[in-house]
Design a protein around this ligand. Structure first.
Ligand code: ADP
Length: 172
């Protein structure tokens, strides 16, 4: 398998991937942060499709088309809100990444870009979130090496990128 790529940027730009992952909320009806950016770039058809899905549980992931985004699919996952770590946040965040990888594989998406789920308004500590994100995705890629060509994390600010780089070094 290849190496996970860590980039600084806006996930709605063109990275040549088949699928991007959205850090959605459980309504799947749009919000702020990366969710707002994805809906703005995709156009109103994305919200129309999301309305048909009936929401998504925390830790779950659901696939839609990508409309005006430069990819084929959006995989919407719902991260846990950080409550101090005593409410299964780590297991739920692991589920997000594992389920998103499963949805990508089912869709035949061979390249996937992730944002940093839960570390914005959901306040998950970025160092801990980065370690979980990278380990979960790398383990899935190792177990299904034939299914994927590229996996990227597109991180929106330097501090988040630095946390992911550190977690990546600790993992490898
Ligand atoms: P959550 O509710 O899961 O915390 P947020 O959207 O608030 O989701 O934040 C998750 C991460 O996504 C944060 O690091 C935030 O800075 C980042 N982010 C916001 N906009 C974008 C974007 N356009 N591309 C990539 N990452 C983004």
């Amino acid at each position: 398998m290849g190496n996970i790529e860590l980039l600084l940027g806006d996930i709605t730009r063109d990275y040549g991937v088949d699928a991007i992952v959205n850090a959605a909320n459980s309504s799947l009806l749009g919000g702020g942060g990366v969710d707002g950016a994805i809906h703005r770039a995709a156009g109103p058809e994305l919200l129309a499709e999301c309305r048909t899905l009936g929401g998504c549980a925390t830790g779950g992931a659901k696939t839609t088309r990508a409309y005006r985004l430069p990819c084929k699919y959006v995989i919407h996952t719902v991260g846990p809100v950080w409550h101090g770590g005593g409410q299964h946040e780590a297991a739920l965040l692991r589920d997000c990444y594992g389920n998103a990888m499963m949805r990508a594989q089912e869709a035949g998406a061979r390249s996937v870009a992730f944002p940093s789920v839960s570390t914005g308004v959901y306040h998950y500590p970025v160092d801990q979130a980065a370690a979980i994100a990278l380990k979960t995705v790398q383990d899935f890629w190792d177990a299904h090496a034939d299914s994927f060509d590229r996996i990227l994390f597109v991180l929106f600010d330097e501090r988040t990128l630095a946390a992911y780089k550190k977690a990546y070094e600790d993992l490898n």
